[in-house]
Design a binder for this molecule. Sequence first.
Ligand SMILES: [Zn+2]
Length: 483
Amino acid sequence: MSAHPDIEAVIGLEVHAELLTRAKIFCGCSAAFGGQPNTNVCPICLGMPGVLPVLNRRVVEFAIRAGLATACRIAERSRFARKNYFYPDLPKGYQITQYELPICIGGQIEILLDGDTRKIGLTRIHMEEDTGKNIHDAHGDASLVDFNRSGVPLLEIVSEPEMRTVEEAGAYLRTLRSILQYLEICDGNMEEGSFRCDANVSVRPRGTAALGTKVEVKNMNSFRAVEKAIAFEIVRQSEALRTGEKLRQETRLWDADREETRPMRSKEQAHDYRYFPEPDLLPLVVPEAWVDEVRRAMPELPARRRDRYVRAYGLSPYDADVLTQRKDVADYFEAGLADGAPAKEMANWVMTELLRIVREEKLDDALVIRDWPISAAQLAKLVCLVQAGTINRNTAKGLIPRLRGTATDPEELVRAEGLGQVSDVGALEAAVADVIAKHPAQVAEFRSGKDRVVGFLVGQVMKATKGKGNPQLVQEVLRKALT
Ligand SMILES: [Zn+2]
């Protein structure tokens, strides 16, 4: 099974982002993740009768930040609504959300794919409360409810159905997460559920404008899962379209173990929820002065920072993208430049050496990496020592674990231990002569035209210099001695 070339997919994404406010959206309880079940609760977030919600101002500020970062119009007047449905994790019997008057309208997100940028339109961003969490007993004979999450503030970010491929959907999600992390309003942790994505997928014959039957896919808890689930749906629906089978408008769940989607329920319509304005909250008024205040405090966002790196430092768009996806990585890179490292070299070292360690040790699980393997100042110094020819690359790489967790100046370490590379031609000539004498077979091979054996001989000279030989000079001296 594969998608047919005459069929195109139409993809829209709905993201729920948990906000990093200290308190919940309508009460003073802690909004922190985890904790002993049912410890961060009060009559308001437990949905007791007779209590009144009070809107957390910080949630509105975060919503404005998200709206400004994605070029939305910030509504001067918006309003909360009740979305009525029954579920054990929703004790009130309704969720307070925004419906016909959301706080952010329109907007767009610019994605970078294969070196090209594309704009994906947003429909809206609105605020709402999260629900509690059902915990199903492993034996299936009991269900428990934890209300710690009940009332944690969420932003729902709804895209237009403007994505056509799995790759676009993946790029959109990663870009959106990066923006929210730059704004420091969401930690973007998909495994913990603080960044959740539902996908609306339909297919249609390429070149037609009418939308096909829409299927909503839920229950994906990683970027890979979202991409696999969308790919699965595109293939499944394309097959149905080709064979004339009728698709149902429905909600499907992604099964990560079986790598397939399966039906959950027929898709509810908006009128099933009996939305009506929330009578316990006044309409929300956001004066322009407040929007301006938030705008003045906005950080430089990833797309602009990426463009600046290309312009100011001559980095490739790909490298600039890797360095700016996370604000902490970009900050680290720039701190190295401030310490005198040349931009391109610093970029290479951050991307190859530092980010490798960061990924291997999952240091990037934190919203902000504080536990860098070595400081930006130390890396900058290493880069400069290599640039100046004082040490070679391998020596520099080997110093990273030794500098780890210390405030040691790399230059002092190099001096104290005599790690400076051997650029003395006389010393290298002696080592080369020795290697040539010890390896007559390889020397004969080289002289008979097998140039690649030179790598072996260089390796032997490097070994003789305890890895400190200047590799370029070793090559030169060796080739000269061999011819
Ligand atoms: Zn509470």
